[in-house]
Design a protein around this ligand. Structure first.
Ligand code: 5AD
Length: 344
């Protein structure tokens, strides 16, 4: 492989549609190979690990696809105390994690003040670690306060870049416009920003996905997370089919080619629809995995979708096993912070 592909590859809409829709083993293999070559150019064989702490599953939102939506009266709700969160970090640090991702529903209990307290305590205790937040839509001032308290990164998937589709996935009161506002605010404040969308979500068309890719080009996020939509029985979307492994892998590869520099996780959702999903994701261009650092007892309650892997090998405690699987796939787990690498 020569160094021709320093810049991001641009595709026409037609080319994208063909890469995503055409069922050709040969085309897929060529796509994955090319994506892997680009990934190796930027990141070698490194796989970055992030310790995921799902610290609350209370949520004020009612997204039609999500298992922890407010309207799910059967969800068993929990929130971790600050001590529990810090304990997760200590355990994670000992296991080699240098990024902690605090993810939760939009839970009013965690006021800005509480969030800032938690973030600054983690910042003080683990100065060499990155702190990533994933707690939804907030006013710009709240984001700015989190940043000042010591958070470095923020994950907020846009979910879909098409207005009509956004309204099919979310109740009124939520809007694509506000999502985008949040993402641009986060960028302006100085966060490393992650966005992304579900693959195969209800009503999604290839046209929508192309719009997602165009929006991502405009936003130029540091991190891009995608995973298959997986249905959940206690949501209005219970009857819809899951997204497929194949389409998700094709999209990971396309993302790698369009955003060579990006941090792209092989997500839990991908690992949940196929036992080898995450390894396949890495081979298609992903370079991050996010094992679960939450206390074991609560993991099953953070059920965004059904059959989420949560007790086995995805657990942070099974790092040795993860390392072995990553190695078998042809890569290497590293324990550095894993910040974005914008150019070669
Ligand atoms: N299937 C797959 N992913 C889901 N998410 C929420 N619900 C589901 C589901 N049913 C994703 C959303 C959200 C992220 C935290 O999890 O994209 O942004």
């Amino acid at each position: 492989m020569d160094t021709v592909i320093e810049q991001a590859q641009d595709f026409t809409d037609e080319e994208l549609a063909e890469l995503l829709e055409k069922n050709s083993e040969q085309q897929d293999q060529a796509l994955f190979q090319k994506a892997d070559a680009v990934r190796r150019m930027y990141y070698g064989d490194k796989v970055f690990i992030r310790g995921l702490i799902e610290f609350t599953n209370y949520c004020r939102n009612d997204c039609f696809y999500c298992g922890i939506r407010k309207g799910n009266g059967q969800a068993r709700r929990y929130r971790l105390t600050e001590d529990e969160i810090l304990r997760c970090c200590r355990e994670g640090y000992a296991l080699g994690f240098r990024t902690f991702v605090l993810q939760g529903g939009e839970d009013a209990f965690f006021t800005d003040e509480r969030m800032c307290g938690i973030v600054s305590d983690i910042r003080g205790g683990f100065p060499d670690c990155a702190i990533t937040l994933s707690v939804g839509e907030k006013p710009k001032e709240s984001y700015a306060a989190f940043f000042r308290a010591g958070a470095d990164r923020y994950l907020l998937r846009h979910e879909t870049a098409d207005d009509w589709h956004y309204r099919k996935l979310h109740p009124s009161g939520m809007s694509l416009e506000n999502r985008k506002r949040c993402l641009y605010d986060l960028k302006e404040i100085g966060f490393q920003v992650g966005s992304g969308f579900m693959v195969g979500s209800p009503y999604q068309t290839t046209g929508h996905i192309i719009k997602d890719l165009r929006f991502l080009q405009e936003l130029a996020p540091d991190m891009i997370g995608i995973g298959p939509y997986i249905s959940h029985a206690q949501t209005p979307f219970r009857e819809f089919e899951n997204g497929t492994l194949t389409l998700t892998l094709r999209l990971i590869a396309v993302l790698r080619l369009m955003f060579p520099y990006a941090l792209i996780p092989a997500t839990t959702a991908l690992g949940s629809i196929d036992p080898e999903g995450r390894e396949k994701g890495l081979k298609a261009g992903a370079n991050v995995v996010m094992p679960n650092l939450s206390p074991e007892g609560v993991r099953k309650w953070y059920d965004l979708y059904e059959n989420k892997i949560s007790t086995g090998e995805e657990a942070a405690q099974c790092r040795a096993l993860l390392e072995k699987r990553v190695e078998e796939a042809g890569y290497r787990v590293v324990t550095e912070r894993g910040d974005v690498r914008r150019r070669l």
